[in-house]
Design a binder for this molecule. Structure first.
Ligand SMILES: *Cc1c(COP(=O)(O)O)cnc(C)c1O
Length: 421
């Protein structure tokens, strides 16, 4: 089931009023749902000492949302300078930030070490010499290559640009030691939107066995292993949710067994984005046009600039028509935006109740990789973001983009020169 019934109940009765007050379109996020998922995560992994979620900032990079994460004592997973700036502005300390960049630039390394630094997660062995001041705590991103079959979305690890190979692992930590590192972590991310909990258990098993290997070779006791993000959510009502409870139980057993065998045990970190916020957000948009040609089209007042996933991955996002929950799904529509690309469709040949102009459509599961992925192509601007608070109030947490925002990068002091002159 995509959006929870509780969120639906909280939201739908207030939606006409919210739409009236703020205008459409908007993404709206559910504070109560986000907190519930966060607390549940902490609870199921409470058997692992020092368990911590580092929220993947790129999934929903809004300061008010990041504040909720901090209140739950989560850290931040960043991979760009703006994400670092945002995290630090919210008061994140050194070890509250994992900096998991790839193809990292000198500017990014310089920025990462400012303001107390962060946990540097290196994507390649060649980057060791490019870190200006080597920190005492260092982490590497591991790519198992042919040792792991790919999850469907992230693809085959052999084809993934991320991380160091199995053969490079020992060398990487040896070199890091030579540069002065004394504390170590290990990171991997091999899945995206994975709904099979056993895949995540295998990932935990994989990093723990690598921790044993490095301990044997270099006498390094990892402080933490980070199993990455990629925890899936059911976008389609037919899909079963990820069984996080059973996953946590089996992963905890692996950590217990590791401790018994090795006399020490790393903490476990994860960096979920989608699982934390995906189902707790939706895009609310109004039907403004209806056209019948070779197909029946419903035109809405937002487009793929607000939610790229259907156009980008042909991803399914469930749609409700407010007030028509129990109406028969007697129509088959393409639900479209107004961008001049034919993949600008929120739904293709979807069975829905008969939609009238003015109806509010709720497009589910926009709480992660939704607004953040948007663009301005075709002069289509990104919508506002709202937060439904636990007390029922609604807060504007990002205004809609304006035409002035669109032109901002073309307002500058004129500069031209003639090469060779
Ligand atoms: C994108 C990303 C995540 C979050 O992925 P989700 O699918 O949202 O859980 C976590 N870690 C890294 C390094 C990422 O690039």
């Amino acid at each position: 089931m995509p959006m929870s019934d509780a969120f639906k109940q909280r939201l739908f009765k207030a939606l006409p009023e919210i739409a009236e007050h703020y205008g459409t379109p908007f993404h709206i996020y559910d504070e109560a749902g986000i907190r519930e998922t966060g607390e549940h995560l902490k609870q199921v992994f409470s058997g692992i000492d020092g368990f911590r979620e580092y929220f993947a900032v790129k999934a929903l990079p809004n300061k008010q949302i990041l504040k909720l994460m901090k209140e739950m004592n989560f850290g931040y997973d960043c991979s760009s300078i703006p994400e670092l700036i945002m995290s630090r502005e919210l008061g994140a300390d050194t070890e509250d930030i994992m900096f998991t960049s790839n193809n990292t630039s000198p500017e990014e390394f310089a920025f990462a070490e400012q303001d107390g630094g962060c946990i540097l997660n290196l994507d390649d062995i060649s980057l060791i010499d490019k870190v200006p001041n080597f920190p005492e705590l260092i982490c590497f991103r591991y790519n198992p290559g042919p040792r792991r079959t790919g999850n469907i979305i992230i693809g085959n690890p052999v084809e993934a640009k991320y991380g160091i190979t199995h053969e490079q692992v020992v060398d990487a930590y040896r070199k890091a030691k030579e540069r002065g590192a004394t504390r170590f972590g290990l990171h991997t991310m091999v899945a995206s939107n994975e709904l099979d909990y056993t895949y995540m258990v295998e990932t935990a098993r994989m990093v723990l066995s690598l921790a044993e290997l490095v301990k044997a070779e270099l006498d390094i006791e990892f402080e933490f292993v980070n199993i990455g993000g990629g925890f899936g959510i059911p976008y389609n009502p037919d899909q079963a949710p990820l069984d996080i409870d059973t996953m946590a139980k089996e992963v905890t057993e692996l950590f217990d067994a590791f401790k018994t065998k090795n006399g020490f045990v790393p903490r476990m970190y994860m960096e979920s984005g989608r699982f934390m916020t995906g189902p707790h957000g939706c895009l609310v948009t109004r039907a403004i046009n209806h056209k019948d040609t070779y197909r029946n089209y419903i035109g809405v007042d937002s487009c793929m600039s607000a939610l790229m996933r259907p156009a980008l991955y042909e991803a399914y996002h469930h749609i409700d028509v407010v007030g028509k929950d129990n109406a028969p799904k007697e129509m088959t529509y393409d639900v479209v935006g107004s961008l001049c690309e034919n993949n600008d469709k929120f739904a293709v040949q979807r069975e829905l109740p008969k939609i009238d102009e003015g109806d509010l459509l709720v497009i589910h599961d926009s709480g992660a990789h939704g607004h953040a992925m948007g663009f301005q192509y075709n002069g289509r601007l990104r919508p506002q973001e709202l937060l439904l608070r636990c007390d029922g109030s609604v807060e504007l947490i990002r205004r809609a983009e304006t035409v002035d925002d669109y032109f901002a990068t073309q307002n500058y002091t004129p500069d031209s020169f003639t090469p060779g002159a």
